[in-house]
Design a protein around this ligand. Structure first.
Ligand SMILES: Nc1nc2c(ncn2[C@@H]2O[C@H](COP(=O)(O)OP(=O)(O)O)[C@@H](O)[C@H]2O)c(=O)[nH]1
Ligand SMILES: [Mg+2]
Length: 267
């Protein structure tokens, strides 16, 4: 299939829902993930679009997106030079313009049936709808190591201080009112894996409630997250988020991206 210009497929109507996929060295998992997501979105009765954000991957990630075949769901590439999932999601959300937006992981670890639930809630007026493995209705198939489980427990305890009442800040499946997502992303400064906490905290600061929904979630091999390499950086990120939320309430937050001097733990 020849390379196709992005954004001209399917429909000329602007998308009602845009979904961001952060992707770093995902040549193995991205094609299957994109296929699943595009098939799901193509069945929605309104225009949708997908944005993949690449951080200078050293594999074929960008090429896969640039040569993605024409279809009813446009798929386009956004490049982000700042390393980290948080930086990538921020760039992706800021590249959206749809009334509703969201992001999910390249591995599609969260079953996409939850898109219908999330979108229905957004339509009914919710502004932040997130997949939650802590929801009692969720089915979670987890193969994480005991060490990662222990780390996740500690993380939840710390994150609970920053966004009280949210049982799972880290599921890579979050949907938003588009305007709110772009506003929250514009003040987001956490480049790494803890970015979800800051993003949610900014939404809560705005007066929005976070609605957690049940998900079917299965661990997909190939995670980039390594407890040994990333734990220290994540704890530091949480500390910085805590400081920023206190020192720089959203109204006063600088809209420009200011990466921390030491973006610990990345790549
Ligand atoms: N663009 C970009 N995406 C990233 C980066 N780190 C992780 N991701 C993406 O974030 C998503 C979740 O990552 P994954 O490795 O599955 O982590 P886990 O599910 O938390 O174990 C995947 O789509 C990754 O490609 C990064 O530094 N840059
Ligand atoms: Mg994953």
């Amino acid at each position: 299939m020849p390379p196709s210009p992005r954004g001209d497929e399917g429909t000329s109507r602007p998308p009602l829902l845009e979904i961001v996929i952060p992707a770093y060295n995902e040549e193995r998992r991205l094609p299957g993930g994109l296929l699943q997501l595009c098939a799901k979105l193509a069945r929605m009765p309104f225009p949708t679009a997908v944005i993949v954000v690449d951080n200078n991957s050293t594999d074929r990630t960008a090429e896969i997106v640039e040569t993605w075949p024409h279809g009813p769901v446009p798929v386009r590439l956004v490049r982000c030079d700042i390393p980290g999932k948080g930086a990538a999601v921020r760039a992706g959300l800021l590249a959206t313009s749809a009334p509703f937006t969201g992001f999910c992981d390249a591995d599609m670890a969260t079953d996409l049936d939850a898109v219908d639930v999330a979108f229905g809630l957004l339509l009914s007026g919710e502004r932040v709808v997130i997949g939650s493995r802590g929801h009692r209705g969720s089915l979670v198939e987890n193969r994480h190591s005991k060490i990662r489980e222990l780390g996740a427990f500690g993380f939840r305890a710390l994150a609970g201080v920053l966004v009280p009442g949210v049982s799972d800040t880290q599921c890579g499946f979050k949907f938003f009112d588009g305007v709110l997502a772009r506003e929250a992303a514009s003040v987001l400064r956490t480049p790494g894996f803890a970015f979800d906490v800051e993003l949610l905290a900014r939404c809560v600061e705005d007066g929005s409630e976070v609605q957690e929904i049940p998900v079917r979630w299965h661990d997909v091999p190939g995670s980039r997250f390594s407890p040994a390499r990333h734990t220290f950086g994540i704890v530091l990120e949480l500390g910085r988020i805590w400081l920023r939320l206190r020192a720089q309430p959203r109204a006063a937050a600088h809209p420009a991206w200011e990466p921390p001097l030491d973006p610990v733990g990345y790549p």
